[in-house]
Design a protein around this ligand. Structure first.
Ligand code: NDP
Length: 257
């Protein structure tokens, strides 16, 4: 059973109001493409100041420019390669957030890699380590270094990205599936640790099928046109990153019915 069964809140039915995220500072990893790009833009369009975190600066600049052509608050670009980033890179990002904003109200861990679809028996060990590092360890490290800024918020939301294969194992999904199981666990552990303060909620979201590069990698023969665009999936993210989810923590939600 996941949280959509056990909580009254159902982000799939959320209809974001204009300016719903006004005044909030929200960081999104993997903001240059796919779901991250769509969510970052949606957050900005609903009033948030967005910190665009990602590895391909050209893509981040494009998203930044797209946001700048609207009435949204000026976004900030924060280049960070989650595969190669060292402690100093994380520290510089956290220092910049604190210096510029003094707090962080939302953190979406969206960046991820698929690795290969291979039986465990034959799974390449370096690929395994890379997937676990980008999808789990980097998300942990980024959360840890940003916690002082998150704690400085009156109402903060940390949102991890999970997947159906992170709730029920599926053959050949290897490191990717295991990384999403780990994300489900990280969500629960961190939520329990932060629950007492009542000001930081921690949840996970499974976007479901979406028309992105990662989906094409996983299902190369699938007709991508049959899948929802990332832009169609943003409302549940706004719900979980914004005030609508206040008081809900430690849960794992689905984005699609
Ligand atoms: P995409 O491949 O389209 O986008 C992934 C994003 O992550 C890109 O912006 C990419 O940056 C970034 N990224 C990858 N590696 C790194 C790195 N080392 N450092 C920083 N950023 C990095 O994937 P989706 O949009 O489809 O996936 C987004 C999330 O949703 C993932 O966590 C995925 O597991 C999850 N998900 C997706 C589903 C789907 O059907 N699409 C289904 C279930 C879950 P760049 O563009 O520079 O490469």
């Amino acid at each position: 059973m996941n949280a959509t069964d056990s909580h009254a809140l159902d982000p799939r039915r959320h209809v974001p109001g204009p300016g719903e995220l006004a005044g909030r500072v929200v960081a999104v990893t993997g903001a240059g493409d796919g779901i991250g790009r769509a969510v970052a833009r949606a957050c900005a369009l609903h009033g948030a100041t967005v910190i665009l975190i990602g590895r391909t600066v050209r893509k981040l600049e494009t998203v930044c420019h797209e946001i700048e052509t609207t009435d949204a608050p000026q976004p900030l670009i924060a280049p960070l390669d989650l595969e190669t980033a060292l402690a100093g890179d994380y520290d510089r990002l956290a220092d910049a957030v604190l210096e510029r904003f003094g707090r962080l109200d939302g953190l979406l861990h969206n960046a991820g890699i698929l690795g290969t679809l291979t039986p465990i028996e034959h799974y390449d060990v370096p690929t395994w380590c890379r997937v676990l590092h980008v999808n789990v360890t980097a998300a942990f490290a980024l959360t840890q270094v940003l916690l002082p800024a998150i704690r400085a918020s009156q109402d903060a939301s940390i949102l991890f990205t999970t997947s159906g294969v992170g709730r029920r194992g599926r053959a050949y999904w290897g490191a990717y599936a295991v990384s999403k199981f780990a994300i489900e666990g990280l969500t629960q552990v961190l939520a329990a640790e932060l629950e007492a303060g009542g000001r930081v909620r921690v949840n996970a979201i499974n976007p479901g099928r979406a028309r992105t590069w990662m989906r094409r990698q996983a299902y190369p023969s699938e007709n991508l046109e049959s899948l929802p665009l990332p832009e169609a999936l943003t409302a549940p993210y706004l719900c979980l990153l914004g005030p609508a989810s206040r008081g809900v923590t430690g849960a794992s939600f689905d984005c699609q019915l």
